[in-house]
Design a protein around this ligand. Structure first.
Ligand code: SME
Length: 189
């Protein structure tokens, strides 16, 4: 893809939201996710539903999806919505690899300010800001990371981090039997 690429018909450029509108949109998204997923035990179903609902309610979510641990120090693309995602990312590389290695969430105000290839990996040149959060299992081990890109600078802040941590806590919830690997649907005991 060239420096800025034409967007496919199914993707729209991001529209940033002020904090107040963000709170409202997240509250609606959270209610929809909770209503849809109550009792759900299949990790894959949970991931695709989170992607779809968040992309529906948050107009700056351009690329929304999961990178999952696929080997020692390696992430591979999981369920996502948006333009073509990079397939594999090593721990320590890009924003996703950095979060996987540190275990701490990261907000990037302007991806073009990062060193391409090391600090940031441009799967889509239209991406201008980003938030990446770790996703953990009940035992604390890293399941992967959740990555959201926007085509605008400065789309993400503490409001996004708080709500996304709340939504992603579903994976580390000891109550839900989400124990199986994402590839195999969980078997409810
Ligand atoms: N930009 C990410 C790579 C994934 S794409 O955004 C989907 C990164 O630097 O890690």
């Amino acid at each position: 893809m060239s420096a800025t690429a034409e967007m496919p018909y199914f993707v729209r450029p991001s529209q940033n939201l002020p904090a107040e509108e963000k709170e409202r949109a997240y509250a609606q998204a959270y209610a929809a996710i909770a209503a849809t997923l109550t009792g759900e035990t299949n990790e894959l179903v949970v991931m695709v539903t989170i992607n779809s609902v968040l992309k529906t309610y948050l107009p700056y979510f351009y690329w929304t999806g999961f990178y999952l641990v696929s080997g020692p120090d390696r992430l591979s693309v999981g369920p996502y919505q948006g333009t073509l995602g990079c397939l594999h990312i090593e721990f320590g590389r890009g924003v996703c690899g950095t979060v996987a290695a540190s275990g701490r969430a990261k907000i990037v105000a302007d991806t073009h300010a990062l060193e391409e290839g090391r600090e940031h990996i441009a799967c889509d040149p239209n991406s201008r800001s980003e938030i990446v959060l770790p996703v953990r299992r009940p035992d604390g081990s890293l399941l992967g990371v959740f990555d959201v890109d926007s085509t605008e600078c400065d789309s993400f802040d503490a409001v996004d981090q708080r709500w996304l941590e709340k939504i992603l806590s579903i994976f580390s919830d000891p109550v839900l039997p989400l124990r199986a690997t994402w590839a195999a649907p969980a078997v409810s005991r």
